[in-house]
Design a protein around this ligand. Structure first.
Ligand code: ASP
Length: 439
């Protein structure tokens, strides 16, 4: 029988009643055998996620040698979840042990991972399923990257003959045997890893929204829902800020062509969004699948005549950034010009000054200028490559909204066109693009 892996995010774990809803969802489909959970998220706006409470515990521990006060809030959350579930589960002992271990280990990653650990222990109890710890099944390499080969083997053997299992998301084990977490939101990656290891027929990612929207609903009212999207389109959109799924969760499943289905725990009857290997743009009925963006980039614009003839010019400039440990998002270039687009948070004023000085020394540009407060907006869709005039429509729409484009970058796959505009024009620009392609 085909197997489905289901990952439930923080809001799907927020309290006992919601977890009971999750139990119903899982038990309604015998293929839903392997479950990955996040730590309990917010119950209402203004509430604090358990993971954030745990990061506070770590801070308290580092400053005072104990995490007693902050751990009280974690304790209260898990006690009330177990009370609401009305299960016979000794959460007090488990919480005592956890607090003690946090104080002994003094590790930020270990502390942060305990939300997922405790939650998975409870959910395994609720489902009468086997709890499998991710420290025994998800491994990282010496350089900190995920060790697929070792992990997939460990997961398959841990699941051998197990009818139903629950894994905590977000963490694994490093080469020294310590707990190591993925970046925030990383339980999505854990779910994808389990799906890949068992060659699932689908990776169901249960959230609190009924799928991906074609753009941010805080900017455009009631945007269109995306029914089907390709891995690549999704990666572009989630990297640029569409916040439903961790952008790195695509890699494990896309290599095995396992589709991801985004589902809503609170409206399980909704179809959600299918993330699939390929999509024909005619499926979504639109040339453009979605629009997403991010604010606060800095552009370093460099001009030098005959730049294109100077062997190693770009290499020298990039070498300076490598040396400074700064990653570059985009490098649009012309015959005599190149721009480096960098997230402003990676470039504090002193670092920027040093980089500029180094560039001047290394390549003697005719002109160098820094443009700050730039927002990048990606218009994404496979359909763009096969329909004539898409960029003309895009630029016209932006021009008609009286917005000045500061930078253009079209990925070589023709899957997206990225424009840079002033931060202040960000929302207006997204609305203009949405109107052009979706209304
Ligand atoms: N609990 C972790 C976080 O808040 C991981 C996750 O939710 O996926 O980032």
């Amino acid at each position: 029988m085909a197997v489905k892996v289901c990952k439930f995010g923080g809001t799907s774990m927020a309290d006992g009643n919601v977890i009971n809803g999750v139990k119903k969802i899982i038990e309604s489909d015998p293929q839903r055998r392997f479950v990955v959970v996040s730590a309990p998220g917010k119950r209402y706006s203004g509430d604090t996620k358990v993971t954030d409470l745990l990061y506070k515990c770590y801070e308290e521990l580092i400053h005072s040698g104990s995490c007693k006060t902050s751990f009280g809030a974690v304790r209260a959350r898990f006690n009330s979840i177990v009370r609401e579930l009305n299960i016979d589960f000794d959460i007090s002992t488990l919480l005592d042990e956890t607090e003690k271990l946090i104080e002994e280990k003094k590790s930020e990653d270990f502390t942060a991972s305990r939300g997922e650990y405790l939650c998975a222990r409870i959910v395994a109890e609720v489902l009468d399923a086997k709890f499998i710890d991710s420290t025994d099944t998800v491994f990282f390499k010496e350089d900190g990257s995920f060790d697929g080969e070792k992990s997939y083997k460990a997961i398959s053997s841990a699941l051998n003959g197990v009818p139903r299992a629950v894994f905590p998301g977000f963490y694994g084990q490093d080469t020294d045997g310590n707990v190591k977490t993925f970046s925030r939101g990383g339980s999505d990656i854990s779910g994808a890893i389990i799906a890949r290891a068992v060659n699932a027929s689908v990776y169901e990612n249960w959230t609190d929204v009924s799928g991906f929207l074609a753009c941010d609903p805080r900017i455009v009212e009631n945007p269109k829902r995306i029914k089907t999207i390709s891995y690549k389109e999704l990666r572009e959109l989630s990297y640029m800020g569409a916040n439903v799924l961790h952008s790195d969760s695509i890699f494990p499943v896309s290599k095995a062509n396992i589709p991801i289905q985004i589902k809503n725990t609170f409206r399980p009857q909704d179809d959600g969004t299918a993330i699939v290997p390929i999509t024909r743009y005619t499926l979504s009925g639109s040339t453009v699948t979605g629009v997403a963006g991010k604010k606060n980039f800095t552009v370093i614009f460099i001009e030098k005549s005959h730049m294109n003839a100077e062997v190693g010019f770009i290499c020298k400039v990039l070498g300076i950034l490598v040396e400074a440990g700064i990653s570059v998002e985009h490098i649009p270039s012309g015959i005599d010009t190149m721009s480096l687009v960098i997230e402003s948070s990676h470039l504090p004023a002193d670092k920027l000054q040093t980089v500029l000085e180094e560039i001047k020394k290394a390549v003697a540009p005719d002109f160098i200028r820094v443009i700050e407060d730039i927002a990048l907006i990606a218009t994404v869709g496979h359909g763009m490559s096969s329909s004539v005039g898409t960029s003309a429509r895009l630029f016209n729409a932006i021009a008609s909204a009286n917005i000045n484009i500061k930078m253009i970058d079209q990925g070589s796959s023709e899957l997206n066109i990225i424009v840079g505009v002033k931060n202040d024009d960000y929302e207006k620009c997204i609305r203009a693009i949405y109107r052009e392609f979706f209304r």
